[in-house]
Design a protein around this ligand. Sequence first.
Ligand SMILES: Cc1ncc(C[n+]2csc(CCOP(=O)(O)OP(=O)(O)O)c2C)c(N)n1
Length: 369
Amino acid sequence: MIQEKVRFQPFSSEPIRLIDQQGRWIAPFEHGLPPDRLQRFYRDMLAARLLDEKLVILIRTGKTSFIAPHAGHEAAQVGIAHALRKGHDWLFPYYRDMGLVLALGVPLVEIFGQTLGNAADPAKGRQMPSHPGSKALNVFTVCSAIASHIPPATGAALSMKLRRTGQVAVCTFGDGATSEGDWHAGINFAAVQQAPAVFVCENNRYAISVNISKQTASENIAIKAQAYGMPGYYVDGLDVLASYFVMQEAIERARAGQGPSLVELVVHRFGAHSSADDDSRYRSREELAAERQQDPLQRYQRFLEQQGLWDAQWANELRLEISKALEAALQEALQAGEPDPLEMFDDVFAARPWHLEEQRRLVAEELQS
Ligand SMILES: Cc1ncc(C[n+]2csc(CCOP(=O)(O)OP(=O)(O)O)c2C)c(N)n1
């Protein structure tokens, strides 16, 4: 029964943490996870980091037009991905979740296709990069407008409840999104309806240049849940196992019909907000250097080392294997070529109305001349 598994207190004054900076397990319970699962967390975090590095190369070499770096969010994102039932539950992500969709199993070729906006993109190159989606894996396609996906996540969760599917809708967003009206409307309605949703804030304490101190006067984000009548968990999002176990508890709670939760995963944003931002104009390099000392990968590496599950050779081989997979997928995506320009008239409506037919014909003529 879910009650027997309850481990975490909502509204704690300190972030929930299971592994300390030195990599020691500090929780009052056994993690109980097999070695291959523990190593898998590391693998997925490393893959997320290497994907981020690859995206930086793609923007610097002009092969893509936009990126939203996710380095520093890996532990949170991998924790979320592992707590979901992949392909069964639904994920409503935001633009900084490339590490999350990768850990969830969205194929690298699709990720790069979307990044290049070419024919390898299942969404036909229509959106800007960092806007993935996957029908096969129940990943709701990212929309740029922050918090606009919160009411849809609530609606999907309500549908899951009414149809008794046993699914859960997990919805992620940044700290800036919590100031949007849609955020409040969606979360309130989910609580009123006791919908099986989990709302997850990847709090990196910046919304572009706006520091969290200018975003909210609340003690933290998790505490906002109190007003809506749902638990709010304040978690160290640089700790992959804390992120995983708290997410798992919130998801299972929702699945058992006990309603939604708000989970705040406190992370760092190591990169700029996006490729259109120069963060040195609003945060000091000293602040960033101090944050980099708390790299979530290194912390988890220390934990694995203490468990006898990490050595340099294994990690090097893993790095090589992932790098090769990234390069192979990128090459495959590059070879897909440009999408058919006439596809821009498809999917506006299920069927093309007369005026889109007309415009399509004019463009086709133009292309032929
Ligand atoms: C409704 C809306 N307003 C403004 C923007 C412009 N915008 C894009 S990202 C962003 C900051 C979001 O910050 P946060 O939610 O903290 O997420 P982070 O990027 O830090 O992960 C803003 C204001 C937008 N995309 N949508």
